[in-house]
Design a protein around this ligand. Structure first.
Ligand SMILES: [Cu+2]
Length: 155
């Protein structure tokens, strides 16, 4: 029995690595405060990269004519007039890519005025999934090396 359990040590080691390895980026939710400028026919910045759980505080500005800011999947739609900045605040609670687009017809290339919010997975969640996979692998290996005895066979 002892040697059986010893065979699981590599998995314990792997689990510890997943739990303890330092990650170069922040795992706790942060607040991103930034200015988003809309001009014909693009948003600046064109891509927003955040992590799940982060709060985003946008100051929306129109550089030339009236624009709009509509964010897919977040129920956010704002009209932005030149000279008047609009504040938008939300929490990126879903992982994935969400397009933001101009919602006010502002010229010929208006339909192509699109940006992207990229929400990466939260690290805590990623570690939990990693641990689960290691545990699963350990169980499968254990069962493969030491299959349960057939009923009726005594030790
Ligand atoms: Cu526009």
């Amino acid at each position: 029995m002892r040697s059986r359990l010893l065979s699981l040590w590599p998995f314990v080691g792997l689990a510890l690595v997943i739990l303890l390895v330092p990650i170069p980026f922040n795992s706790t939710p942060v607040t991103h405060e930034l200015t988003m400028t809309a001009t014909q026919f693009a948003f600046d910045p064109p891509v927003l990269r955040v992590r799940q759980g982060d709060r985003i505080r946008l100051s929306l500005q129109a550089g030339d004519v009236v624009h709009g800011f509509y964010l897919d999947g977040h129920d956010i739609a704002v009209r932005v007039e030149p000279g008047i900045s609009q504040q938008v605040e939300f929490v990126a609670d879903q992982v994935g890519k969400f397009r933001y687009r101009c919602s006010v017809s502002c010229g010929t290339l208006h339909p192509f005025m699109i940006g992207e919010l990229v929400v990466g997975p939260n690290l805590v969640l990623a570690r939990a999934i990693g641990l689960m996979l290691v545990a699963l692998a350990a169980i499968l290996l254990y069962l493969w090396r030491f299959p349960p005895r057939e009923p009726g066979h005594n030790l």
